[in-house]
Design a protein. Structure first.
Length: 166
């Protein structure tokens, strides 16, 4: 999740940014709930830290759980737990790289990677490993047919990941 144009400090970014509920809302989508822009969002905006419960082991329902570099798991809280997958995402997750005295490995952030229009759904590329991949229903022209890491797409059975008809 590397990105070259990170803000210098989370605190400085937070002080300039409106509250998250003024930027986004949760709404219904064809796959459940999703997160939508309330206003135009420029590329490169750090929207928020993904907060939630840190777990040591996978819960029974691990639909939303994300692995952290430390090996721990994050079960994200609303509203960011509802950011859906897209093969052509408009956001990315990243780990804020702190200095040696203040490691940030268990802190995950959401950032826009291109401009997002009012009402547009926010999305990330889940890039799951092939052994956890499921059929993709993002509907973009760039759809891979699977929610899978692009580097592992060749491991998927040919033709069986066709996007579901809506």
């Amino acid at each position: 999740m590397p990105h070259e144009d990170r803000p210098v400090s989370v605190a400085a970014t937070r002080s300039r940014r409106p509250p998250l509920d003024r930027l986004i809302r949760v709404g219904e989508t064809h796959v459940g709930r999703g997160v939508f822009a309330r206003r135009r969002l420029e590329a490169g905006i750090v929207l928020a830290e993904v907060k939630g419960e840190i777990l040591a082991a996978h819960p029974e329902d691990s639909s939303y759980v994300m692995e952290l570099p430390s090996g721990k798991l994050l079960d994200p809280a609303a509203p960011l737990r509802f950011v859906n997958h897209s093969c052509d995402p408009n956001c990315e997750l990243f780990y804020w790289e702190g200095d040696a005295e203040s490691p940030q490995e268990d802190r995950l952030w959401l950032q826009t990677i291109r401009p997002i229009a009012v009402g547009e759904e926010l999305s990330i590329d889940y890039a799951w490993p092939a052994d956890a991949a499921i059929t993709c229903r993002c509907g973009t022209t760039a759809c891979r047919g699977w929610i899978v890491d692009p580097a592992e797409l060749h491991l998927m059975p040919p033709g069986s990941g066709e996007p579901d008809a809506e």
